[in-house]
Design a protein around this ligand. Structure first.
Ligand SMILES: [Zn+2]
Length: 112
C-alpha cells in the first residue's frame, strides 16, 4: 500500500497516510492535527532539487563500488513503487536494465 505525504495548508504540519489506489481517488483527506480539509500532496524537496536523471546518476555513483546492480535496481524499484508515481520512460528503461544485471557504468554511457 503506497504512502502518501501531505502538508496541511491551514497549520503547515506535514503528515503521511497509507491509502490504497482506490481510496486515493475517493478519500477526503483531513489534517490529523487541526482537522482542516485544506491539504496538499507533498513532494520531497530532494526530488524537486535533483530531478529523476540526476537522482539516477547519484544512486549510480553510490553503487559504483557495489557489484550488485540487481540489488540497486531492486532498491530503486522499491523507491519508485512507494512514491506512487510513474517513472519517465528513459529512467524506467535504465532501471529495468539494472534489474537485468547491467552495470550502472554501462547504462550511464547511453545517457551521456
Ligand atoms: Zn492542520
Amino acid at each position: 500500500m503506497p504512502i502518501y505525504e501531505y502538508i496541511c495548508s491551514a497549520c503547515g504540519k506535514p503528515f503521511s497516510l497509507f491509502l490504497s489506489y482506490a481510496d486515493y481517488d475517493t478519500a477526503s483527506v483531513r489534517c490529523p492535527d487541526c482537522g482542516s480539509g485544506s491539504v496538499r500532496r507533498r513532494i520531497r524537496p530532494v526530488r524537486v532539487a535533483t530531478g529523476e536523471k540526476a537522482r539516477l546518476e547519484k544512486i549510480s555513483e553510490e553503487a559504483a563500488g557495489s557489484d550488485s546492480p540487481q540489488m540497486l535496481g531492486k532498491v530503486m524499484r522499491t523507491i519508485q513503487e512507494n512514491s506512487g508515481r510513474e517513472l519517465p520512460p528513459d529512467t524506467n528503461e535504465a532501471l529495468t536494465r539494472l534489474e537485468r544485471g547491467e552495470s550502472p557504468a554501462e547504462i550511464d554511457k547511453d545517457y551521456d
